[in-house]
Structure formats: structure tokens, C-alpha cells
Design a protein around this ligand. Structure first.
Ligand SMILES: [Zn+2]
Ligand SMILES: [Zn+2]
Length: 252
């Protein structure tokens, strides 16, 4: 599997784009503003979008993606998400007021959008590429994803704060090679991190100590302008963490 980072910021501005990863040529993880890097042709090739949760920075460009490619593709894009996330998208986005209900356009029998409810721990096998939602601890129902090619695997935390199940999952996956974990805030905003259920370095470092293996660890979802401060604060950890960056490619 190849995962390319299209966006990994906790906001926008300059090089900062919000969460969107592309897996091979046909799968997206989240649909934040990083999605805008894709050409029309690349967008037309997308078959699956796995959404972590309903927050705007992760779904911002999903409505416009569907509107841009639906008439060209002639077949739906499958959007995989928790039942609660699907409900939020239906009630608050695809409700005809904010955006049309693309599960009924151009017709309910041949729509641009098809929702597929997912469950934590339930693996979807896409031609040997295994995608498993893993639980996260955030202010709305949220998942991360475990992507497994068989040869090796990558775990993406999604938006989360202190979350033992993430570390348990990593420790029980013998082929786990990469970890992409969020640290949205620097330590001076720890109270905001706690209230909004994100990590900051002083919350993440004790959790990193729970890892039994030695993965390559990349940090994502950092607030614009705070990357240097957050990475500096993460040097307190004995593990070598690197900032995730746009355009980065993982091959596993
Ligand atoms: Zn969020
Ligand atoms: Zn977010």
C-alpha cells in the first residue's frame, strides 16, 4: 500500500492544509482541505473515502468532491464512517440546505454517494488491503485507522486524546511499522487540549511510553504556527518523533 499525505495540518494558511491522506489511487482517509491538491482525473478515480469523524477539518471538501466528479463517474463514491458520523453528515451537510443529498442525486438508484456504516474493530478488505477502524477518544464519535498490507502496517490515531486502545492495538500488531499520531496543541494550551479532547506533548509523552515496539512516529494535526513549539516539547520523549509533512509518502 502507498499512503500519500495531502494534508496534515490543524488548520489552513500557506502550506497548511487539513487532514487528507490518499491510499494508492482509489482511497482517501478524511476529506479535509488537502483534497484540493488532487486533479480532476485523480478525484474521478476515488472509490472509497474513510472518514474519521464529523468535524469540519476532516470533511470540508467531501461535499464539493462529490459534486465535482459525480456526473463524470456514473457510479457512487462509498463513504465509510461510524453510524453517528453518517447521521451528522446527513443532518447537517447533505440536508439540501447546506448541500444537496447526493444519496438521491441524480436518483436514489444511481446516486453519487453511498454511505457504508463501519464498526470499530471490523476490518474491510479492499483487494488484500485491510482497513480497520480503531477507537479514538475525542469530543464526538471518532475512529482512527489501521492500514495493513499484510507485509507491514500503519496506524493513524485520528483526532484523539489519551487513548489506551491505540497503544494496545499497536502493541498487538506484529507488523506495525508506522504510527501517525496527533498532537494538536502545545503545552501552554493543555487546558484547551483537555477540553477539546486532543493531545498536547505533556499528554502524549506518557502515552508513548506504553509502546512496546519501536515504530517510526510522525506527528500530525499541529495548529498552524505551532509546529516548532510542539516538536520542541516532544523532544522530552526518549523516542524520536518527526513532524508529518505534506507530500510525504509511506510505502508498506
Ligand atoms: Zn476533531
Ligand atoms: Zn481535526
Amino acid at each position: 500500500m502507498k499512503l500519500k499525505v495531502l494534508g496534515c495540518g490543524g488548520g489552513i494558511g500557506g502550506e497548511d492544509r487539513t487532514t487528507c491522506f490518499m491510499v494508492d489511487n482509489d482511497v482517501l482517509i478524511d476529506a479535509g482541505s488537502g483534497l484540493a491538491c488532487l486533479s480532476l482525473e485523480q478525484m474521478c478515480g476515488l472509490e472509497h473515502v474513510f472518514i474519521t469523524h464529523s468535524h469540519m477539518d476532516h470533511i470540508a471538501l467531501l461535499p464539493i468532491l462529490l459534486d465535482s466528479v459525480g456526473h463524470i463517474r456514473g457510479r457512487p463514491i462509498r463513504v465509510h464512517a461510524l453510524e453517528a458520523t453518517i447521521r451528522a453528515l446527513q443532518e447537517h451537510v447533505f440536508n439540501w440546505r447546506v448541500w444537496p443529498d447526493f444519496t438521491r442525486i441524480p436518483s436514489a438508484s444511481r446516486p453519487y454517494l453511498e454511505f457504508n456504516p463501519i464498526l470499530v474493530g471490523q476490518t474491510l478488505d479492499l483487494d488484500g488491503r485491510r482497513v480497520t477502524p480503531i477507537s479514538a477518544n475525542h469530543v464526538v464519535p471518532t475512529v482512527g485507522y489501521h492500514l495493513d498490507s499484510g507485509a507491514a502496517s500503519l496506524l493513524f490515531s485520528g483526532d484523539t486524546t489519551v487513548n489506551d486502545s491505540l497503544w494496545d492495538r499497536f502493541n498487538s500488531s506484529p507488523n506495525a511499522r508506522y504510527l501517525i499520531v496527533e498532537s494538536a496543541f502545545p503545552n501552554r494550551d493543555r487546558s484547551i487540549a483537555v477540553a477539546s479532547k486532543h493531545y498536547c506533548p505533556s499528554l502524549l509523552i506518557p502515552d508513548l511510553a506504553k509502546l512496546t515496539g519501536r515504530p517510526e512516529i510522525y506527528v500530525t494535526h499541529m495548529k498552524p504556527g505551532e509546529t516548532e513549539t510542539i516538536m520542541q516539547e516532544l523532544r522530552e520523549s526518549p523516542l524520536a518523533l518527526k513532524p508529518l509533512s505534506n507530500g510525504q509518502l509511506f510505502d508498506f
